[in-house]
Design a protein around this ligand. Structure first.
Ligand SMILES: *[C@@H]1O[C@H](CO)[C@@H](O)[C@H](O)[C@H]1NC(C)=O
Length: 433
């Protein structure tokens, strides 16, 4: 009102009016500015409130997701982990985290460790690469023997960190992997996910753990690829993999080497040669042959170039278990702590084979004898799908380092496998294709 009066009273005085106008504009601007500041303030408050509620809702969702989908965590769970890890030996026992413990080799190694008094905690994601009910059956066998199997993934670093927080594992027996040579053409990313990303996640947690565990892990004889030096020795070149599976295992050998070099983790890589036996993997030839022969279905037998039979250095599970335990016993300690290396640690690679390759037709005839059924054979030339013509292990390194000496031949081992198969599936087979 006053401003208006002034303007009316002194209309001719340009300067004054200008001054008055300017001050009125300043006032208005100040007012507008104040108004917009308070609006901004309100907006900011609103956004903060929105963000806060978003975060709390999200953490609610996450924690409920954790409860709903993560099958780990909680006081009861932690107690189960601790109990399972407790060492029953008087002195010098290990507490071992076994990844892939509901798998073929993993379940056998877990049982053997427990039997001799070591503490064992299992870890498995129970994926459906093959019939998960077989993995569940192995799990209940472990449960009966006092081994708790954590339901989780090696890519879950929160879970792995939690486990090494709860238990000071002396060793990690890392057997979790995406296996199978031919399946790598169907689902390549699964191999990268488990055998590379999962491995790195595990190594990251192990290198930061205090104490650092010593690591024994499953590489593969497939790293020899198209190698033609016979028998395959650890010092042979392994830069010609024939499958993505082999390539991811070879990558694992290189990756573990860097963790040994930088952080002082003790690493032992085991190149398994065609492991077979009771509780085996249904995707392997001896297993699916057995199923098909019993069901009267034809089996496909691959043959190499120039009608040469494929041959494998089949290794019985009990011999592999002895090799795994021997490796654990001689792996020494990791030298680092808190992610820092304090000195050199062991880095080893061993073949674990049987040293006597058997052709696939011979494998079939042994199965026919044990099953008392003639196989319907479909013999076709091997397609280029990742299989190699033959494998043959030189095991002298493992023999000199920890007395590894396989004692079960294919005839004897398959007899035990068939006995188990019939007791588990029955003659008609419970597997539905
Ligand atoms: C087996 O491997 C060892 C090294 O571990 C080597 O000294 C030996 O010559 C190899 N044997 C054969 C037959 O290649």
């Amino acid at each position: 009102m006053r401003l208006k009066d002034d303007q009316d009273l002194f209309p001719a005085t340009l300067g004054k009016v200008k001054i008055e106008r300017t001050s009125s504009m300043l006032n208005r601007q100040f007012y507008r500015c104040f108004a917009s500041t308070s609006t901004m303030f309100l907006w900011a408050l609103f956004l903060i409130a929105l963000t806060a509620s978003y975060i709390s809702i999200q953490s609610l969702v996450l924690s409920s997701k954790n409860i709903l989908t993560d099958k780990w965590g909680g006081i009861k769970w932690e107690k189960q982990v601790r109990n399972s890890a407790s060492i029953q030996k008087q002195r010098g026992g290990f507490s071992v985290l076994v990844t892939g413990s509901a798998g073929f080799v993993g379940s056998h190694v877990s049982l053997a460790l427990k039997k001799r008094g070591d503490g064992v905690v299992g870890l498995d994601n129970f994926n459906n690469y093959y019939d998960p009910s077989l993995k569940r059956a192995r799990q209940s066998l472990l449960n009966k023997n006092g081994i708790f199997v954590v339901d989780g993934d090696i890519n879950d670093d929160r879970l792995l960190s939690k486990l090494v927080d709860i238990v000071a594992f002396s060793h990690v027996m890392h057997l979790a992997a995406q296996a199978g040579v031919r399946y790598a053409m169907e689902n390549p990313s699964s191999y990268v996910h488990s055998n590379i990303a999962g491995l790195v996640t595990l190594l990251e947690v192990c290198k930061s753990a205090n104490p650092q565990p010593s690591i024994v892990w499953a590489s593969s004889s497939s790293v020899y690829g198209l190698n033609e030096n016979v028998p395959f020795s650890e010092s042979d070149r392994t830069d010609k993999p024939a499958s993505l599976y082999a390539a991811t295992k070879k990558a694992g050998e290189e990756i573990t080497h860097t963790y040994n070099h930088i952080y002082g983790l003790s690493i032992t890589g085991l190149r398994f040669f065609t492991v077979y036996g009771p509780w085996g993997r249904p995707d392997m030839a001896y297993f699916s042959f057995t199923r098909n022969i019993l069901q009267g279905k034809p089996i496909t037998v691959y043959r190499g170039k120039n009608r040469v039979d494929l041959a494998r250095d089949f290794t019985y599970i009990d011999d592999i278990v002895k090799g795994c335990l021997g490796s654990l016993d001689t792996s020494g300690k990791s030298t680092g702590s808190g992610g820092k290396k304090r000195g050199p640690a062991l880095y080893r690679i061993f073949n674990l084979g049987n040293t006597s390759p058997v052709t696939v037709p011979t494998l079939v005839s042994i199965l026919e004898r044990h099953l008392k059924v003639k196989a319907k054979k479909n013999i076709i030339e091997m397609p280029g799908n990742g299989d190699v013509p033959f494998t043959h292990a030189n095991i002298s390194l493992a023999t000199s380092d920890f007395g590894y000496k396989p004692t079960t031949d294919l005839q004897t081992g398959l007899k035990k496998f068939v006995k188990w198969y019939l007791s588990y599936y029955g003659y008609n087979g419970r597997i539905v294709d």
